[in-house]
Ligand binder design. Structure first.
Ligand SMILES: Nc1nc2c(c(=O)[nH]1)N[C@H]1C(S)=C(S)[C@@H](COP(=O)(O)O)O[C@H]1N2
Ligand SMILES: [Mo]
Length: 557
């Protein structure tokens, strides 16, 4: 396996020897992107040479101090702006940790190695041996990412979703108050002339002619207005919507939803590009704030006043120091008190996960044509004799133990299971790390099994135990709530793409729970137990990954 010693607990800081991160992009794409980026600048220069510097509409420079126009920045706006800055930093830092867990971006849902348009790893996936998605994850420095290091996606996702939740709320309040007051007039274009005016300003900037700026206390210049509008009303909603398009519960419920963005992986790519556009916005945004009267601009957005003292700037720098302090605190909590992060997420956002996402049926079905030619493997093959001695496709000599809080505990052979009936489905698999793949699965539904063994009313949780071990050693297991076990698409699968399950993908039996992430879908299952609570198994957090890697117990986002 990879460069890192495998038998470590996540709390141990490990610097793998190979810490290379490099960006390998499809060169044609870079050329096209550079060309598209440079095109407007070339246009601006040509305009200047042949038509001269365009004259700016003088009205756009004169402050309009009439009653119905925004004057200055109210407190809610200034607070929302700062909260947004703070949460964006949290989102980007944790997002980078998530990205590095599957450091490849695609425009197709199959994620076949080599089909990515950009990768952040020097590795080319070897074809002559098993290379799991976990082998593929990269190290990222904690100076850049939260929590950083390698394969810390559990914690990173908790920070990401907690921040996303508050960021979304902050955004709703911000946009709501924009329209409840006259502040929307700063951002929303009111006639189409603004595009031409913005272009003229662009010609000025690109040819290094600073135009006379309007006082931002009253209004923005047209280019500024359009770019702020784009960030608030295009990039931000797009980030949110593409984020949702990565959820297994949503995608397997409404197949049209991820297709709006070109599929689940395109949504992930767009999510990443949206982050890039924020950063691309941030550079000129901060640059212009500095160049066009730093102290005055800072007073606008900090105190809501229009004078030139330095106190706004000073308080803002204090705020930035506060953010840096919080980043350090978040890093410390992530490594010293990771359970707090896991449980913080569970108690704050778990109820939403249960109320909305968990109820969606995974009714969306793909067709055989959609089946992925490549399906990333994950996990370690079992190496215990009970599994190794099983005959013919691991089916002979196998008996599934079904026990615990049930009326009729049973040992079921593969034949017994097949005789219960078979359901087939073609669905999109979502690994927590970021990759996906479409496959056909055939197996017996958990409902059918439950009808046989008759769980007692006290049984609330179903435990699936594996012959295999977890990433950091010890038996791999995971749990489903009784409700998720009853979903019609929850299967004990013995077939993948019309063939008996292979060793790599979980022979003889593996779980399919289509509204959940991949780590819930235990492979190489040896037993199914009904218990009263997740507290009754392992360390009590709901599964091997939940225990060791602080993954969430409900995995529908
Ligand atoms: N026993 C066991 N089951 C496991 C895992 C594992 O490590 N051990 N990994 C899980 C994860 S993270 C994923 S994404 C899926 C991957 O299934 P695949 O290898 O068939 O693609 O299996 C899940 N089941
Ligand atoms: Mo996974």
């Amino acid at each position: 396996m990879g460069e890192m010693a495998e038998n470590i607990s996540q709390n141990t800081l490990v610097y793998p020897k190979d810490r290379r991160i490099w960006v390998y992009v499809n060169l044609k794409l870079v050329a096209v992107a550079m060309f598209l980026g440079i095109l407007p600048v070339i246009g601006a220069w040509l305009w200047w040479w042949f038509l001269g510097l365009p004259e700016l509409n003088p009205i756009s420079q004169i402050p309009d101090t009439s009653e119905d126009n925004p004057i200055g920045f109210p407190a809610w706006l200034r607070v929302a702006h700062f909260v947004n800055l703070f949460l964006m930093i949290m989102l980007i830092r944790s997002g980078l940790s998530i990205l590095m867990d599957h450091p490849r971006l695609y425009w197709n849902d199959h994620c076949t190695p080599g089909s990515e348009w950009i990768r952040f790893t020097p590795h080319i996936v070897p074809k002559d041996r098993v290379w799991t998605a976990k082998d593929d994850s990269r190290y990222i420095s904690p100076w850049i990412a939260l929590p950083g290091f390698r394969h810390t996606i559990g914690i990173a996702r908790h920070w990401h979703f907690l921040s996303a939740f508050f960021w979304f709320m902050n955004g709703l309040i911000f946009v709501g108050l924009l329209f409840a007051t006259n502040q929307w007039k700063r951002l929303v274009p009111q006639d189409t002339e603004i595009f031409m005016e913005a272009w003229k300003v662009f010609v000025h900037y690109s040819t290094f002619h600073m135009p006379i700026e309007p006082d931002g206390f009253y209004k923005y210049n047209p280019l500024q207005q359009l770019s702020y509008f784009g960030v608030v009303f295009v990039v931000a909603p797009l980030s949110f919507l593409t984020g949702l398009a990565m959820s297994p519960a949503i995608d397997n419920w409404a197949g049209w939803y991820p297709r709006l963005f070109g599929g689940r992986q395109s949504a992930r790519s767009i999510h990443f590009l949206a982050m890039c556009s924020y950063l691309a916005f941030l550079v000129p945004h901060v640059g212009m704030v500095v160049l066009t009267g730093l102290c005055q601009n800072m007073n606008h957005i900090v105190f809501g006043t229009d004078d030139r003292e330095a106190d706004g700037l000073v308080l803002f720098l204090g705020g930035v120091a506060g953010i840096v302090g919080f980043c350090y605190l978040a890093h410390w909590i992530s490594w010293q008190k990771p359970r707090w992060v896991q449980l913080g997420f569970r108690y704050l956002l778990g109820p939403i996960q249960f109320q909305f996402l968990n109820r969606l049926s995974s009714r969306n079905q793909y067709s055989r044509r959609d089946i992925s030619p490549y399906f990333w493997p994950n996990g370690k093959l079992p190496h215990c004799w009970e599994w190794e001695m099983l005959g013919e496709l691991r089916r002979q000599g196998f008996a599934l133990r079904v026990h615990g809080l049930v009326e009729k505990p049973m040992d079921l052979s593969m034949e017994d299971l097949e005789n219960l009936g078979k359901r087939e489905q073609i669905t999109l698999h979502h690994c927590i790390q970021g990759w996906s793949g479409v496959a056909q699965w055939g197996g017996v539904t958990l409902s059918q099994l439950m009808d046989c063994v008759k769980p007692l009313p006290t049984a609330k949780v179903v435990v699936f135990r594996s012959f295999g071990e977890g990433h950091y050693g010890g038996e791999y297991y995971d749990t489903l709530t009784i409700d998720n076990a009853r979903h019609p698409e929850t299967l004990l699968a013995f077939e993948m793409n019309d063939k008996p399950l292979s060793d790599l993908h979980g022979a003889p039996l593996r779980l399919r729970a289509e509204n959940q992430l991949g780590y819930k879908m235990v492979k190489w299952i040896k037993s199914v137990e009904f218990v009263a609570s997740i507290k009754d198994v392992g360390k009590g957090y709901g599964g091997k990954n939940e225990d060791d890697e602080y993954y969430p117990v409900v995995a529908n986002i």
